[in-house]
Design a binder for this molecule. Sequence first.
Ligand code: ZN
Length: 337
Amino acid sequence: MSFRRVLDVAGPLCLASVRPFKAGGVIIYEHVLNREQTRRHVEALGRWFDFIRLGDLPHRLRAQSKKPFCLLTFDDGKRSNATVVAPELKRLGVPAAFFVVTGALGSNTPFWFDRYWALLAKLRVVPKELDLHALKQLPYSVLTARIGQACARHGVEADLSNDDIRPMSWDEARRLDQQGFSIGAHGHMHAILTRETRSEAFENIARSLATVRQETGEPSPAFAFPNGNYTPELALHAMSCGAGAVLNTEPTWVDDTFPLWRLPRVQLFSDHGRGVIQFKLALAATGRILNNPDGTGRNYRAMRRFRDRASGNSDFYTQAAADPAQAASQRALELPQ
Ligand SMILES: [Zn+2]
């Protein structure tokens, strides 16, 4: 029996066994999918979860419900999200939120990671200075300069005629918004914000949220951290800039014990089959097993315990939920980084 077949059997069994013990639901994030992959993911998730809109999230976090919820999100704002994924989701009646890199929409500049993949495809072996883990430790300006130099040296460029690479336009983003999908902010540039100076990171977040507000008219768009890396200070800054919710990449289920500035999301990949999706969500339900794709492994488990301890008696968390701007200005020294 192939591994895939094993997961097709084990996935549903594992998910069925954990579901009765879980409140809330899951927030999924993806990047690009074709129509068939979109259908497959929706089918795998729809069997177990109610699909909800981003705007329903605060209510569904608190509500008692027979079926857990699933909020589908897509990061980066590639053009195929608007031309392939959204039409298929619309046909299926499934809502979703698209988190866009506001400075990239409508531009002719590929994302640094697509240039990286183009380099890798040509070179086959990655030179030491382009090791992906090492690149992700760098400030955005250094990272993009290094990739740009390598592209020039090897005569490589990402293919902007490919809609899985080209960012969508603001017209396309507005159309998604008009069709009932949500548009959220994913940074003004796709910088890993914990590698930037504090003021640069603050500015990136503020500008990204303001641009979504201005372009779509959405008064309090959500914010999703590029690559997932965040600190409580940055998350609370996003809230103080008017974000309705802040999402990261901690791979766990979510319920009403999570503050709106720290909502975890589980990543799915385009080639995931039904069994893999269900198995992964069963693992995510434990809140302990999956690695965070932001490179910090399972450190999120310590954050969870901290939150659990703090939630009973910490004024900070109560205040952060009630007045994030005020809480952000009084960042407690004991906040974990
Ligand atoms: Zn991203």
